[in-house]
Write a protein that binds this ligand. Structure first.
Ligand SMILES: [Zn+2]
Length: 290
């Protein structure tokens, strides 16, 4: 299998690429819509790559899903995709194998195959929300339903802020982009995006600096839990908040070192924004055997 299509469905944008031996031959990016928009983009990249049809399509999505059936479930951030059987529908349209997986785990596959190529690492998406994917002993860890590695919902403080998942005190409630915005509103009375909050913290504004410190402390604590559990060599970061990596990384690293005996390196993804896309294209080779 060489002629692969990777699809990375995001909350705001969807990216599609024709990938052969790790090279992106054609790509499209567009505001996330439904199946009609996706079909058009896949047709375009396949044509541009000079193929008659793809041999397999891998799809990553930030949503709970039934991986076995290939159905996206209860996805409030993906209204066009709720209940859609992606595997069946895309498979019927293109006459090829289709695989559906968690987007952060797809990013971990991208990093395993084309990025740092470590055999023991955790991949963390630090963005609006916080997602993760685990590679242990060179194998992708999927869990029972494919949602393993969701470090954003590790409970850190039972009396902490309410998380969007319904629980309290998850990492995401402290350090996710939306969680940080909520905390700026509740704690500082200001409507700030997470990026604005980080910028103000960098300028030495004490209120935002305190919230960003707490977020990095929470990230370090969650990483310490994972590090003690899995002893990874590496923790790889991607996602929008890592644009301020130089400011955030030392804070996260200090917190991690204080709380964990295991000393994984912290690195940025080597694949930039393509990590999820390349990983989705490689999903057919790493899909769990249910
Ligand atoms: Zn949560």
């Amino acid at each position: 299998m060489e002629r692969l299509v990777g699809v990375d469905i995001g909350g705001t944008r969807t990216r599609v690429a024709a990938v052969q031996r790790g090279q992106i031959l054609a790509r499209r990016a567009f505001p996330t819509g439904g199946m009609a928009e996706l079909q058009k983009a896949v047709e375009e990249v396949v044509r541009e790559a000079g193929w008659s049809k793809p041999e397999a399509i891998g799809v990553g999505a930030p949503a709970p899903m039934d991986m076995r059936q290939g159905v996206i479930l209860h996805a409030p951030n993906l209204p066009h995709w709720n209940g859609v059987n992606v595997v069946k529908e895309l498979g019927a349209l293109f006459g090829c194998l289709v695989f559906l997986g968690n987007d952060a785990t797809c990013a971990a596959i991208g990093e395993l195959v084309y990025g740092w190529k470590s055999k023991d690492f955790l991949y963390v998406t630090w963005s609006t929300g916080i997602g993760g994917g685990i590679v242990a002993g060179g194998e992708v860890v999927w869990g029972t339903t494919g949602q393993a590695g969701e470090i954003g919902h590790i409970p850190l403080r039972p009396d902490g802020p309410r998380c969007r998942c319904g629980k309290r005190g998850c990492l995401e409630a402290f350090a996710g982009g939306l969680g940080l915005s909520d905390r700026a509103w509740e704690g500082l009375g200001e409507r700030l995006s997470a990026l604005e909050l980080v910028k103000r913290a960098q300028q030495g504004d004490p209120g935002p600096a305190r919230l960003v410190d707490e977020a990095c402390q929470a990230m370090g604590q969650a990483l310490a839990i994972v590090a003690e559990l899995l002893e990874p060599e590496l923790i790889v970061f991607g996602g929008g908040l890592t644009h301020s990596w130089g400011f955030l990384e030392p804070k996260v690293e200090t917190a991690l070192r204080e709380m964990s005996r295991v000393k994984p390196r912290l690195e940025l993804t080597r694949l930039g924004d393509d990590v999820g896309l390349l990983g989705a294209a490689a999903l057919p080779f790493h899909f769990p055997k249910f």
